[in-house]
Design a binder for this molecule. Structure first.
Ligand code: ASP
Length: 346
């Protein structure tokens, strides 16, 4: 065995699934048995593994914010005796969980690597073996130089809060369109040390922020969306990620629509614009259609993914109930999740 100890939180996902009459579903016990029997996981260069199988194992479509906190708390409880963490997770909402953990785990000094697979580990052509062994070797070799939440998938290492699932069929299912890869894994491990966040050795204890009751949501604009639909959506939410057109545009010829936005902002709802296109930033001052959003009180999420923006909103409402503070912090770079545009204002 290698020198390091890795704690694996196995939450569910395709990686440990089996075919059933009703489609693939998590199969308790199976993944642990495979890890214990496959020679790759017993190799001398591999770290020592502790596997915890969650109960129930979830298809990640069933993950909720409460599960993000449970995972964070679980990792925190194991941090003293482990050098790094792996979270085995379904791919569908992996980018949400990775983003959430990056915010919730304050003072993280160790690597947290999320991975899973498109084909279960028990199947012949599974991509799980590659994803798991690579993630474990990354921790074995570089745990002392990495301290962030990453996704390791399909030969890529990505910043968790910059990643989105962009392919439901290919083995390289994730991209970080607005951020360079943290690593490319082929024959060699090519890590982007300029980008990777290093341990800060701040001396502050790791803390996992509990999420409060604030309700946050995401709403994707579409042509012809009635103002009343937007109003119904915004009713009762403290924060909303508004997925806008292009570089952050909305229908400013629809006075009723804009009034709904303005009234919501005036009453303390935090509305954050992110671009619908995968690549690029919400530059609200670029077009008149974006500028009206700024005037209504909407703030820019710059180049954050919708996943990062949503989980960051949840996190910030767990830190403060002051909408002005949340608006301000949404535009600050907390964990490498955004690149601010200097021309936009608070
Ligand atoms: N539906 C599965 C999940 O997200 C897909 C996967 O794991 O790839 O749990």
């Amino acid at each position: 065995m290698g020198m390091r100890k890795v704690y694996i939180a196995y939450t569910g996902g395709t990686v440990g699934m089996q075919p059933t009459e009703r489609g693939s579903a998590p199969a308790p016990g199976q993944l642990g048995a495979l890890l214990a029997s496959l020679p790759q996981f017993q190799a001398a260069e591999m770290p020592e593994i502790t596997l915890k199988e969650y109960n129930p194992l979830l298809d990640s479509a069933n993950m909720t914010p409460a599960d993000w906190v449970t995972i964070g708390e679980d990792l925190k409880a194991r941090q003293e005796d482990h050098d790094g963490f792996m979270v085995l997770h379904g791919t569908d909402t992996m980018a949400y969980t990775a983003s959430a953990l990056s915010f919730l785990m304050e003072g993280l000094e160790k690597p947290v690597i999320l991975t899973g697979s498109q084909i279960p580990l028990c199947e012949t052509r599974s991509d799980a073996l590659e994803n798991l062994t690579t993630g474990l070797l990354l921790i074995e070799r570089y745990a002392h130089r990495m301290s962030e939440v990453c996704i390791c998938f399909g030969g890529r290492l990505l910043r968790g809060n910059r990643a989105s699932k962009t392919d439901s069929e290919g083995f390289d299912a994730f991209e970080s369109p607005n951020h360079p890869l943290l690593g490319t894994i082929g024959i060699d491990f090519e890590l982007n040390w300029r980008m990777l966040r290093r341990p800060q050795t701040s001396g502050l204890p790791l803390r996992v922020r509990k999420l409060g009751d604030a309700s946050v949501g995401a709403c994707r604009l579409y042509p012809g969306m009635p103002a009343r639909t937007l109003a119904a959506f915004l009713d009762g939410v403290s924060g909303c990620v508004l997925e806008c057109y292009g570089a952050g545009n909305a229908p400013n010829r629809d006075a009723e629509f804009m009034k709904v936005l303005r009234d919501a902002c005036d009453s303390g709802t935090v509305i954050v614009a992110v671009p619908q296109p995968l690549r690029g930033s919400a530059a609200l001052s670029l077009y008149a259609t974006g500028r009206t959003l700024l005037e209504a009180g909407v703030v820019s999420g710059f180049d954050m993914t919708a996943e990062a923006a949503l989980t960051k909103l949840s996190y910030l409402f767990a830190c403060t109930s002051d909408p002005a503070e949340v608006r301000h912090m949404m535009q600050q770079n907390l964990r490498g999740e955004l690149t601010p545009l200097t021309s936009e204002n608070d």
